[in-house]
Design a protein around this ligand. Structure first.
Ligand code: ZN
Length: 651
């Protein structure tokens, strides 16, 4: 080693022999900093510490470990400085090891030396804690770890120790900010063993997001309402991600197609393999941006309804949750019939149990109606639910809610969004009101106000996601217009258990007594007034009566007393003048109700909407589509069936 080299080495060693100068080097590791910023980060006072600091900087400059970038007026590490700093890190690592600090297994699956500063950093970054306080807690956690004498640490364990320390100090406000969201090892093992394919991943992810929404997105009071069971937010785990449903129109989609992300360019056969049509592409892409399903609205003037099943054959084969809403018109009855026949052809290949067809039939003659019901029943035997409404409405949404609150041309419905829904559990509210009518009605009104608050929170999240392009189809713009409509989104308040609540309030055991209908009407009026009051420009709230959960064909609706069918239908008809969603009469085309009364007769009794359905499954041996409850395949004797239940849940 020459004399000059030796002198340089001494300069370098002197330069790094102060903790202040080492900190300067470390601060510059991620990029250059101005003089004042360096001082601030070191916690130095610009006036009183200036002399001291300039001395340190000079030492580092002389040893050529840092230099001043004149153009940016920033200090930065030289190549030498960078390599010296790396050596310093190595030495520190070895010292730490000698101090018997266990290694940490990080989330990146790497082993790293324990570093107290990481704790302090995450406390200031995640919990916005003051630096002094963060440093203090980090020190205490470090002590605890030393006393534990474990061989290696994991990041979650350190986090648990941090949270315990925070709690010991009575700093509860930081706990929610610092906690990890996830599941116990035991539960993950259970999910992995119980479900196949992607399902465990989806379930675990859903659990994390559910916890996130309850902890971070909703104020505690709203989260508590959800957990109390008085009012549940449907699809809560997806609140931060996407809206429930969207309505779109094939004609507009096709015009829009090239503005969408990754537009399908090849639309025909390629090497003998059919490529999905543009419409198929849109339907499948949209299905990823909603949680409950989508409605494809067919304009009344649409020709060639019979071509539709072929245009969406991939969506049908993969069980995309889809509702096709059609305005029935005497002129397109032939097309409608052919469409049902074509759908049945598809149903022979794969069950149609995620498909709904909604027909607004207020303009159809009785004969036309009979023809539609006939051909629709055969399609619903393949698993599709078919709803037919005699009521004037513009469209029926995926969950069969009639949408007619908004006056618009059909084309204006493109992009109409059903933001979300809540399920109000009337019997639970009644129990919590000690069965006092006045308390019950006050609570009900209060809950609808809170539902509105929750919907607006969800709308804010959705708007952010649409603005930053996280929902690529909904965010796309064509001729200055967004795919998703940002005005008059629909939010739904579902009323559950109205009969049970009315019975409990009146103490009446006879269904449909006068007093019971009276109280139901009072509930309907109260809810209707409340949702109108809470609606505004951005969110229109509507109340809807539910019977069996969100999607009717999951359970069938039978008259409570078939022998009294006549009066049941009359009361249902009376009810549906009070609330939308009421009077939803479901016929199982496999079952006996079709024998007791024909759907068209239900219309005669004043019922506005009937639904035809049949639950179906596919034989895994011969591929036949057979009724859900068939224990043995009637064609091949197999007992193994494939059902779409998993697919439904996976959405
Ligand atoms: Zn079979």
């Amino acid at each position: 080693m020459g004399e000059q080299d030796e002198e340089d080495s001494v300069l370098i060693l002197q330069a790094i022999s102060s903790s202040m100068r080492l900190r300067v080097l470390e601060l510059l590791e991620d990029g250059g900093l101005r003089y004042n910023d360096l001082m601030r980060k070191l916690g130095l006072d610009q006036k009183t510490d200036a002399g001291k600091f300039s001395f340190h900087i000079k030492k580092l400059m002389r040893a050529e470990l840092i230099e001043l970038n004149q153009a940016e007026k920033k200090y930065q590490l030289t190549k030498l400085g960078d390599s010296i700093l790396r050596h310093v890190h190595e030495i520190k690592g070895e010292i730490i090891e000698e101090e018997k600090f266990p290694k940490v297994r990080t989330s990146k699956l790497k082993m790293e030396p324990f570093d107290r500063r990481r704790i302090a950093e995450s406390l200031t970054r995640e919990a916005k804690m003051e630096e002094d306080e963060a440093e203090d807690i980090a020190l205490e956690v470090q002590d605890k770890i030393l006393r534990l004498k474990v061989k290696y640490l994991t990041a979650p364990l350190i986090r648990e120790l941090v949270i315990a320390t925070v709690m010991e100090r009575g700093m509860e406000k930081y706990r929610h900010k610092l906690t990890r969201l996830g599941m116990p090892v035991f539960d993950v093992g259970n999910i992995a063993n119980q479900y196949n394919a992607d399902s465990p991943l989806i379930r675990a992810g859903r659990e994390v997001f559910l916890q996130y929404v309850l902890l971070e997105m909703l104020p505690k009071s709203l989260a508590d309402i959800h957990l109390s069971g008085q009012m549940e937010f449907n699809f809560l785990s997806e609140w931060a991600l996407r809206p429930e449903q969207i309505v779109h129109i094939p004609e507009v989609d096709l015009e829009w197609c090239n503005a969408l992300p990754n537009p399908p360019i090849r639309l025909k056969m390629e090497d003998g393999i059919p490529i999905p049509s543009s419409l198929d592409y849109v339907v499948m892409a949209v299905s990823k941006e909603t949680c409950a399903g989508q409605t494809l609205l067919q304009a009344p003037e649409t020709q060639k309804l019979e071509d539709l099943p072929n245009k969406i054959r991939f969506s049908l084969a993969f069980g995309t949750k889809l509702n096709i809403s059609i305005r029935g018109d005497e002129k397109n009855i032939d097309g409608l019939e052919k469409m049902f026949v074509a759908l049945s052809e598809r149903g022979r290949i794969a069950p149609l149990d995620n498909l709904r067809i909604s027909i607004i039939a207020d303009k159809l003659s009785r004969d036309a109606l009979r023809r539609v019901i006939e051909v629709a029943s055969s399609t619903s035997a393949f698993g599709a639910a078919v709803s037919i409404a005699r009521k004037k409405a513009d469209l029926m949404s995926y969950d069969h809610m009639l949408v007619n609150e908004l006056t618009a041309d059909t084309m204006d419905y493109h992009g109409l969004t059903i933001l979300g829904s809540v399920r109000v559990d009337l019997p639970t509210i009644l129990m919590d009101s000690k069965k006092k009518e006045s308390i019950f009605f006050d609570k009900l009104k209060g809950l609808i106000t809170r539902a509105k608050d929750a919907f607006h929170i969800r709308l804010d999240y959705l708007t952010t996601r649409v603005n930053n392009g996280t929902l690529p189809v909904f965010s796309s713009v064509h001729e200055g217009r967004r795919y998703i409509r940002d005005k008059q989104m629909i939010a739904v308040v579902q009323l559950d258990g109205i009969y049970a609540a009315a019975m409990a309030l009146t103490g009446d055991s006879e269904p449909y007594s006068k007093s019971m209908l009276g109280i139901i009407e009072k509930m309907a009026n109260s809810v209707r007034a409340a949702v109108q009051r809470e609606s505004d420009e951005s969110i229109v709230i509507t109340a809807n009566l539910t019977y069996n959960g969100l999607h009717p064909p999951k359970g069938q609706i039978l008259p409570p007393d078939v022998s009294n069918l006549e009066s049941w239908l009359r009361r249902e008809a009376e009810l549906q003048t009070m609330l939308t969603g009421s009077g939803l009469v479901v016929f199982d085309v496999d079952g006996s109700e079709m024998g007791a009364i024909r759907p068209e007769e239900a219309f005669d009794k004043g019922i506005d909407i009937v639904t035809l359905y049949s639950q179906r499954q596919m034989c895994s041996i011969c591929g036949a589509i057979v009724p859900k409850n068939a224990p043995v395949c009637p064609y091949c004797g197999s007992r193994v069936f494939v059902s779409r239940d998993e697919t439904l849940e996976n959405f």
